[in-house]
Design a protein around this ligand. Structure first.
Ligand code: AMP
Ligand code: ZN
Length: 472
């Protein structure tokens, strides 16, 4: 691998510079990767999970290129409010009221649920998990530095960051601030100096007893949402501030604010690469929301319907991470069929010859690397997998090469799948064909054979009975 990596550069799209750039880590020994984690007041929906799949691919691609990665993911268990721009309720306290549990219990429950989803999707665990509530002193210290440097001011409900004092405030988002100020006339907080100012510390309300609150130099309260990611990335990555990721919704507010407060405090550039995954939309571009009854989780959308959760991972590979992806039940069915077809194809390959002497094909490995190193082009990488399987490589070499690719794909392609993994749709058609043959209805039997073919399978009538293989 290492010989190849010296020639093949890794290019990633950087939201900050708005172009693909060669990735070179600050510290050659170790690459620092920070991915904004879940707000644990509810299950993750499959939109959230699309972003985590993109981040997992990024991490695997970095590793495949030979970089050692130190991956930090936070758990947001306090301070993320329901409204934009520091308005509304704390999502955790709201979740607790909804379920009649404590905010701490809610956080623990949904953290575990998230970890279960990660496992089901074969997402590699971060090296460091960190909870916002475990780093309150670090967050207070960062706010204290900002105060000392004159970037903060006090209002009735908290300590705010004055974005007017940070000239590069829009360098990530390229937003038009005048338009924002205009839109903010309806803003409910007249004490804010600029529409974009954000809370670093919020005071506990005088009339409601919060479950999560701490003493601070400014009064009892809780941190604003953005400060946690700055404090935790600095604490756990030190100088290795290489890549910071999240969904595109984080560009305008969360990541923009993280950059402003971190760079104002340290006087140095915060992360060098900012990468964002595009949204998963549901049919017709609608936004997923629990209130709209279209809150799709891994459990209710896939597992309960008998889908292998990895088929969602497979589905995510069909669209480049920077393009919006549309969820439909048909596209999920197609992904499930695609994954099963791939696994069946590998089963046929493995049954056809001795696998012990296989070696990775260097030519295909180069081509694969070229695709993934071009800003994680998974659709093209997946097409290459098919091309490799159709090539004239020996079965043993195909097997060795696909297992090498699976270090990035993470589809568990090493697991020998039984014949039951033939899609139920194909099995049903095959059974109907057998019946038609018994009844000597040859026209119907031929029609069914063609229908099976269209799904990428072939039926063979052997002495031991009917066999189903993949085509191609
Ligand atoms: P949250 O738990 O709300 O903090 O979000 C977790 C991650 O999911 C963040 O990186 C968001 O940017 C991302 N995200 C939220 N909604 C979607 C969506 N519909 N599609 C893709 N990513 C999303
Ligand atoms: Zn964050």
């Amino acid at each position: 691998m290492n010989i190849i990596n010296k020639i093949m550069k890794l290019y990633l799209y950087n939201t900050l510079t708005r172009r693909k750039e060669e990735f070179i880590p600050i510290n050659p020994e170790e690459t620092g990767l920070y991915t904004c984690g879940p707000t644990v007041y509810n299950y993750a929906h499959i939109g959230n999970l699309r972003t985590y799949i993109f981040e997992d691919i990024l991490k695997r691609v970095l590793r495949y290129n030979g970089f050692r990665v130190r991956h930090v993911m936070n758990i947001t268990d306090v301070g993320h409010l329901t409204g934009d721009r520091d308005m509304g309720e704390d999502k955790l306290e709201k979740g607790a009221a909804r379920e009649g549990k404590s905010a701490w219990e809610i956080a623990e429950y949904y953290t575990q649920a998230f970890k279960k989803d990660m496992k089901a999707l074969n997402l590699l665990e971060p090296d460091i998990w960190c909870r916002a509530t475990d780093t309150i002193p670090e967050q207070i210290e960062l706010i204290r530095i900002l105060e000392e440097k004159g970037y903060t001011y006090r209002t009735a409900d908290g300590i705010y960051f004055d974005t007017g004092k940070f000239p590069d405030y829009t360098k990530l988002s390229h937003q038009n601030l005048d338009a924002l100020q205009e839109g903010a006339r309806v803003e409910k907080n007249p004490e804010k100096r600029n529409a974009t100012d954000f809370a670093l510390w919020k005071f506990s309300p005088p009339d409601v007893q919060r479950q999560m609150e701490w003493d601070s130099p400014w009064g009892r309260g809780f941190p604003g949402w953005h400060i946690e990611c700055s404090a935790m990335s600095m604490k756990f990555l030190g100088e290795r501030l290489d890549i910071h990721c999240g969904g595109t919704d984080h560009i305008n507010v969360h990541h923009t604010n993280e950059i402003a407060q971190s760079e104002a405090a340290s006087g140095k550039q915060f992360f060098r690469f900012w990468m964002h995954g595009a949204f998963l939309n549901i049919e017709g571009g609608k936004k997923m929301a629990k209130s709209a009854g279209n809150f799709l989780t891994l459990e209710n959308t896939l597992i309960a319907k008998g889908f292998d959760p990895l088929s969602y991972r497979f589905a995510a590979f069909q669209t480049h991470y920077r393009n919006p992806m549309e969820y439909t039940s048909e596209s999920m069915q197609a992904a499930q069929n695609g994954l099963l077809h791939l696994k069946n194809r590998l089963r046929s390959i493995r049954e056809s010859a001795d696998m012990t002497s296989g070696s990775i094909c260097a030519d295909f490995q180069q081509k694969f690397l070229a695709e993934i190193n071009d800003d994680l082009n998974m659709p093209r990488a997946m097409a290459l997998v098919q091309e490799m399987l159709k090539s004239d490589l020996s079965p043993a070499d195909k097997n060795a090469t696909v297992l090498d690719f699976d270090r990035v794909l993470g589809l568990n392609l090493d697991k020998g799948d039984a014949a039951e993994s033939i899609p139920p749709q194909v099995q049903e058609l095959a059974r109907a064909r057998q019946k038609a043959r018994k009844e000597k209805n040859w026209a119907e039997s031929d029609r069914l054979r063609d229908a099976i073919r269209e799904l990428g399978y072939m039926v063979r009538d052997t002495k031991e009975g009917m066999k189903i293989d993949t085509i191609g």
